[in-house]
Design a protein around this ligand. Structure first.
Ligand code: SF4
Ligand code: SF4
Length: 377
């Protein structure tokens, strides 16, 4: 009999491969913050098997279970049967959208990106007092969270690029729209076309992204392949920084939070550590690091749709930083920093920065440097 849903057509064998071993339970941030077995990867696979067997319907009643997944890939990383739960959940969300069952927050994201150029539906972006759309060696692509919510971190990243005399330009960027793929919709082709055109017109040889999700989208989505086809390399800012001479140090006890989108999804673990070790000899790892890093709780649309649990997930991560007596927590994703900062622990002693923001702060303290290269004078 022909399967009713695409998720069953594409992933039936993977779902049946789930041996219910439960290895995923210990690593699922949603389970960790709710202690509800139905919400971990195993619970989700059991529900989907029942849907495939016709025992339960795929409908609104399953929204809370199946949409509450940050797509962090921690379960996949630890699954002995190679069940790619985040990809399965993304397809299930598409099927649910198709039959009209969708979390309103996820639908809202798609609706917003039909009318606006960013996920916050804000029409006046911060201009960051930098030149835009000029010819330069690099394009710095900020991303929506950095443009509209974490502007201090973005200003610091731009100041750092200026101090390091990187020849870059900003562009009039629009949302890369990769996030729509996580929440049951298709990437917005009109927005992708605008970004591709605006990047290419600068003649840049490299695009530096501040956001790991934009990096994933530009590198992996067919709507953006023209960038690479035209010989333009796409780097996350951590990949640029590791080769630069930074010449600053801190004696503070520093730890690092691996963003899921940079680590498990892109395999970028060592570059940030190379940079941090250069500037912070007292670097300490949290118990769950690299492939096993705890998710900050922001991804997969969960921050917008399940805010309370999203914050609970971020607090679990911050608790780990507290347990290793960190004075500074660094990360390389504006979305992570946004969620971690909002989750602040009671009596929290450490500060949280992006790596670029922290390096810029050290440079600022060491030497009130000249920061005008790309600034509009
Ligand atoms: S780790 Fe993999 S096989 Fe084991 S219960 Fe989780 S999803 Fe199923
Ligand atoms: S992708 Fe992350 S949040 Fe989703 S089920 Fe797997 S471990 Fe849990």
């Amino acid at each position: 009999m022909e399967a009713k849903y695409d998720f069953a057509r594409k992933y039936r064998e993977q779902i049946l491969k789930c041996s219910k071993c439960g290895f995923c339970q210990a690593v699922c941030p949603v389970y960790g913050s709710t202690i509800r077995p139905a919400l971990n990867a195993r619970g989700k696979m059991l529900i989907l098997k029942e849907v495939m067997d016709g025992e339960i319907e795929l409908d609104d009643k399953l929204i809370e279970t199946l949409f509450q997944c940050t797509t962090c890939a921690s379960c996949f990383e630890n699954c002995p049967s190679d069940v790619n739960v985040p990809e399965i959940i993304k397809q299930v969300r598409k099927d649910m959208v198709h039959i009209g069952s969708c979390h309103p927050a996820f639908k809202g994201m798609n609706d917003v990106l039909k009318k606006h150029t960013n996920i916050y539906a804000e029409d006046e972006p911060e201009d960051f007092e930098r030149e835009r759309n000029k010819r330069a060696e690099y394009v710095y692509f900020i991303g929506c969270v950095g443009s509209y919510r974490e502007d201090e971190a973005t200003i610091a990243a731009l100041d750092l690029l200026d101090r390091l005399e990187v020849d870059y330009t900003l562009i009039d960027e629009v949302c890369c729209s990769g996030v729509l793929e996580d929440v049951g919709y298709q990437l917005n082709q009109d927005l992708a076309k605008i970004n591709v055109e605006r990047i290419l017109v600068t003649g840049a040889k490299k695009v530096i992204t501040g956001c790991p999700y934009c990096w994933r989208t530009f590198n992996n989505r067919s709507e953006y392949t023209e960038i690479k086809d035209r010989g333009v390399e796409i780097l996350h800012i951590t990949q640029l920084l590791k080769d630069l001479n930074l010449n600053v140090k801190t004696d503070k006890r520093v730890t690092y939070h691996d963003p899921c989108d940079l680590g498990r999804h892109c395999g970028i673990y060592e570059e940030p550590r190379e940079t941090i070790r250069k500037i912070a000899p007292n670097f300490v790892e949290m118990p769950n690091n690299r492939e096993n890093a705890l998710c900050c709780g922001a991804g997969g649309g969960v921050r917008g749709a399940f805010a309370k649990n999203s914050i609970a997930m971020a607090r679990r991560r911050l608790k780990e930083a507290e347990d290793v007596d960190a004075e500074v927590v660094l990360t390389d994703c504006n979305s992570c920093i946004h969620n971690l900062a909002n989750a602040k622990l009671r009596k929290q002693k450490f500060k949280i920065y992006t790596t670029t923001e922290f390096i810029n702060k050290l440079m600022e303290e060491q030497n009130r440097g000249h920061v005008t290269q790309n600034k509009i004078k």
